[in-house]
Write a new protein. Structure first.
Lengths: 476, 404
């Protein structure tokens, strides 16, 4: 590896993601999951009774559900001890709802987000920004023009107080009920922070809104909840980014995302996940699409020790459309088990799933996906394409698609390929004067290009850079 | 353990079956161990997704289906002189060494509940032995089931540089309300040998069927499977090859046609465990009426399987609105020096094709039948044995013409 790349690595991974701050919390729950902890979280948030009741019900469901164990080839969760996780840490900031001026934040938090480049991105490319530190959103701001049009972008805790009717109706009810899976139940019990986005009828939010989630403390769990409601004919692009410094003990991230895509509405949900490699990332993300609505998931999974994430779209209305674009990169010690789930429950619905995965240095990627076409979903069509690239013989690349087709008037296609980086390709690039590292990076960049071109340019650059950095650790 | 153990299954029955066949003690022991293991064994794996089991084997009432001492069949076992094609009873007498080497070495008798049941109770079977350098064509095994239950076992052993083509057919003679057919096939393909094993299952539509066919290919060996499924109300099968020797190859070709309320659960699996191995899995099928097909294909590339090529295709054509087709083609890749791909499609008859043909004066029914027959062509073209290909074509054609 050349010295200028060393420098890159130093400044980028270390300074931008790996830095740690002293924990400076106002409130910190005990470890584990007891009714006492739940009541304490709810009380600290001064929540209405109905939310506390929902939390307690979810807790009960959590305790009654077994850990998933019978999935073929599922990642090893044996090192995850939920009872050792600290579910709630409220950082010590003056204003609970999040300030709208970065300078009002405590220095260490402001510095954190500066290093992550969030204020800079806000100035250039975003309609609004929310930033969560540990369990609470500390910064929340949106350009005035969107507020005037009735767009709501606030943190989830505030939404519970300010928009109780909308939240009551949509929060973990029809989309992701706590009974969905054990970690959704866990999330329902201890959720904290996250974003609430409401876009009124026929409003197009032209620039993306972004939320950034940062875990700073050792052994904590982050359980933010994101609820997006896009009314008829509206359009919004939501971006989430996440990172944490690496610790010796395990962190847990178990977010919940619910998206309601109204008639003719269009929602894009983009994630650049870069959790530290001691994090278990077990999320539940789901969208429900009404007539002619469009849902797009764009996910880049680079970080975490274990990721189990299968963003799901329920195509409920006639003519609704889903697009999944996922990219996973697993290096040493990482098991990225991700994919997509689509339920075609209405006629004329269509879905496209495009998955690219890269495994290296003993990492494992798995595409696990389910496409269900219900009886009566006439003229539904789905196309699934998975490509995997492997660097070395210690790595694993699996593909496990499931297709359940109950309707005959359909068009279903699934395709997958696995290949290695071709010696010939590398030789060709080397003969053009590139060194081995750069040749491999270029091949990888070309491999994932169909995905990066779907992202806004700032994020495409970010994703490319993250991948380059990941690659450098192993090559040379 | 969720499966019940039959009150009416006893050690005495197993001893009686083994005794009638004049089996040596070690075979009896293997059978008795399998019987004893039933209690702890699970049903074969079936795919489960949230809220659904793709095939429910637990609902089967084996208690009433299994009648071990009254097995009856009509069997032909024919082969050329150069190869030995023996009934199980003859093989026990003449080739005990061979059985000792291979019996249960490829399919573990205690792999699951149904393999153990089959091992404990099988009363008939075929052993095919092809000596070094011999090319044996046209081995045919025909089994007609005439009893409530029938447990069948087949062993194929090919020595170095030999070849054999086997055609196996299962059908039902005397029909009963419910019948159960169980078959285990083990193929040991020696160095540089070639085995083509074609199988056509056309049992009564009241029957239940469990078959597991598995081969191990030595260096330079090739095992080609052809699997046709038309009969039974419920079929659970696995056809699989372990590519254990360098440069070994396998092909698994499947064709199925389910109608009425038939349910086919078909697995095709290949394990690449050596260098320069090649696998090609091709399955095509039709579902009609309220039939349901479940397909699982697995290409598993081990970490020592350098320079692997592995391909898989599955296509299902749905002829009716109420039928259902589920598919899960899986890739498990542990060696990066691999070229692998899989694809699966589900669809119906192309309306444009149909329109084109009717515009040329072909009546819609005939046009549809031609298109369905055409759909099977890529699979049928892979079958070397004319007899099997023609049988399959005829059965498909007949079933199509019976249709409105």
């Amino acid at each position: 590896m050349s010295s200028d790349q060393d420098h890159l690595k130093e400044t980028d991974t270390e300074a931008r993601f790996e830095f740690k701050k002293e924990e400076n919390s106002a409130v910190r729950s005990g470890k584990g999951l007891t009714e006492e902890v739940i009541r304490m979280i709810s009380e600290d948030k001064d929540e209405p009774d109905w939310m506390l009741e929902r939390r307690l019900r979810a807790l009960e469901q959590y305790h009654n559900m077994p850990m998933p164990s019978d999935w073929p080839g599922m990642p090893d969760l044996s090192e995850l001890d939920v009872e050792e996780i600290i579910p709630y840490i409220r950082p010590d900031v003056d204003k609970r709802e999040g300030v709208d001026d970065w300078t009002e934040l405590p220095d260490e938090i402001q510095d954190t987000f500066d290093k992550l480049g969030i204020p800079e991105a806000e100035k250039n490319a975003l309609s609004g920004v929310g930033a969560q530190y540990e369990s609470e959103v500390v910064y929340q701001n949106m350009q005035e023009q969107w507020e005037e049009k009735g767009v709501i972008f606030c943190n989830m805790d505030e939404a519970v107080r300010e928009h109780p009717e909308l939240v009551k109706e949509h929060f973990m009810t029809t989309c992701v009920p706590p009974s969905d899976n054990k970690f959704a139940a866990l999330h329902g019990a201890v959720w904290s922070g996250g974003s609430f986005v409401y876009v009124p009828e026929d409003v197009t939010v032209e620039m993306p809104v972004q939320a950034y989630f940062r875990m700073n403390s050792e052994g904590m769990g982050q359980f933010e909840h994101t609820l997006i409601i896009a009314e008829e004919g509206s359009e919004v692009h939501y971006i989430e980014g996440c990172s944490a410094p690496k610790y010796g003990t395990h962190n847990l991230h178990s977010g919940g995302v619910e998206v309601f895509v109204g008639e003719d509405a269009h929602v894009q949900y983009s994630t650049v996940q870069n959790w530290s490699k001691n994090t278990f990332n077990l999320n539940t993300k789901r969208a429900i699409c009404e007539e002619n609505g469009t849902m797009e998931w764009v996910s880049g999974s680079m970080g975490s020790k274990v990721t189990m994430l299968y963003p799901c779209t329920i195509l409920k209305g006639r003519g609704s459309t889903d697009t999944h674009i996922t990219i996973a990169l697993a290096g040493e010690g990482q098991d990225i088990d991700t994919g997509a789930k689509v339920y075609h429950n209405a006629p004329e619905t269509s879905s496209t799933i495009e998955s690219k995965s890269i495994s290296k240095d003993g990492g494992r990627t798995n595409y696990r996906g389910l496409v269900h076409i219900a009886d009566g979903a006439e003229n539904a069509s789905t196309a699934v394409e998975c490509d995997a690239l492997m660097f070395d013989n210690e790595s694993t690349s699996d593909t496990m698609p499931y297709m359940e087709i109950e309707e005959s008037k359909v068009d279903v296609a699934h395709e997958a390929t696995v290949g290695k980086i071709g010696d010939e390709d590398i030789f060709y690039l080397q003969s053009r004067g590139l060194d081995d590292d750069d040749a491999k990076k270029m091949i990888v960049a070309g491999f994932i290009e169909p995905i990066t071109e779907e992202l806004p340019i700032e994020y495409a650059v970010e994703l490319n850079r993250l991948i380059e950095l990941e690659m450098e650790g192993s090559l040379g | 353990m969720s499966t019940q153990v039959h009150a009416n299954l006893t050690e005495e029955q197993v001893r009686e079956i083994s005794g009638d066949l004049d089996e040596p003690d070690w075979l009896l022991e293997t059978r008795l161990e399998a019987l004893a293991a039933l209690e702890d064994l699970e049903m074969p794996d079936v795919i489960r997704t949230p809220g659904r089991d793709w095939t429910n084997l637990h609902e089967l009432d084996f208690e009433s289906l299994v009648d071990p001492l009254n097995a009856a069949e009509d069997k032909d076992q024919v082969g050329p002189e150069e190869a030995e094609v023996l009934s199980w009873a003859d093989a026990v007498q003449e080739h005990e060494d061979l059985l000792q080497d291979h019996f249960g070495s490829i399919v573990d008798p205690q792999e699951n509940y149904l393999t153990a049941l089959s091992t404990a109770l099988f009363s008939t079977g075929t052993v095919i032995y092809v000596p070094e350098g011999v090319d044996a064509e046209d081995v045919t095994v025909r089994t007609e089931q005439n009893s409530r239950s029938l447990f069948n076992y087949t062993l194929v052993v090919t020595e170095e540089s030999s070849s054999v083509t086997i055609l196996e057919r299962q059908s039902t003679g005397e029909e009963a309300e419910e019948q159960y057919y169980s078959g285990i096939v083990e193929v040991a393909a020696g160095e540089n040998s070639y085995v083509q094993y074609g199988s056509l299952q056309n049992l009564s539509e009241e029957a239940y069927n469990f078959t597991l066919k598995r081969g191990v290919a030595d260096t330079y060996a090739t095992i080609d499977w052809i699997e046709g499924n038309l009969g039974t109300q419920l079929t659970k099968t696995e056809v699989s090859t372990e590519l254990r020797g360098d440069s070994s190859e396998t092909q698994i070709v499947g064709a199925f046609y389910g109608h009425n309320d038939q349910h086919f659960d078909l697995d095709a699996k290949v394990w690449h465990r050596a260098e320069h191995t090649t696998a090609d899995l091709v399955t095509r099928g039709v579902t009609d009426d309220v039939a349901r097909s479940v397909y699982e294909g697995v290409q598993d590339v081990g970490s020592d399987a350098w320079d692997t090529s592995s391909y898989q295709r599955e296509n299902t054509l749905m002829l009716s609105d109420e039928s259902e087709a589920d598919a899960s083609p899986k890739l498990i890749i542990n060696n990066h020096d691999t070229e692998a791909s899989h694809s699966a499609t589900v669809g119906q008859i192309d309306q444009e094709d149909l329109f084109y043909m009717t515009s040329r004066g072909v009546d819609p029914r005939a046009a549809r039948n031609m298109l369905v027959e055409g759909f099977f062509v890529p699979v049928l073209a892979e079958i070397d044995v004319d007899e099997l290909r023609e049988d399959l074509e005829n059965l498909i054609g007949t079933r199509l013409r019976e249709r409105e």
